[in-house]
Design a protein around this ligand. Structure first.
Ligand SMILES: [Zn+2]
Length: 87
């Protein structure tokens, strides 16, 4: 049986693959345990918990971002495929 913790790690792994293992904003390499997951479109703006709305970010960028919406142009390290999903 898979634990909730394992499930979360799997999700993190999938999200981290969107950038090839770096922060989607600053490009810093992110080990799995230091990855924070952020909503591309905040929940209060109608964003969902779908994988397509989640992006990997380092703690620093996540903190800087706060609750504002990140412009797609700021997410230089997000893969092209992920960008296309946003359009
Ligand atoms: Zn960062």
């Amino acid at each position: 049986m898979r634990t909730l913790k394992q499930k979360k790690l799997t999700i993190k792994h999938i999200i981290l693959e969107k950038t090839g293992g770096v922060c989607s904003k600053c490009g810093k390499p992110l080990p799995l345990e230091k990855t924070t997951i952020d909503h591309l479109i905040p929940k209060y703006r109608g964003g969902t918990d779908e994988l397509s709305n989640l992006i990997p970010m380092c703690k620093r960028c996540n903190k800087q971002k706060g609750s504002r919406i990140v412009g797609v142009e700021e997410l230089r390290y997000l893969s092209k495929a992920a960008h296309e999903m946003l359009e």
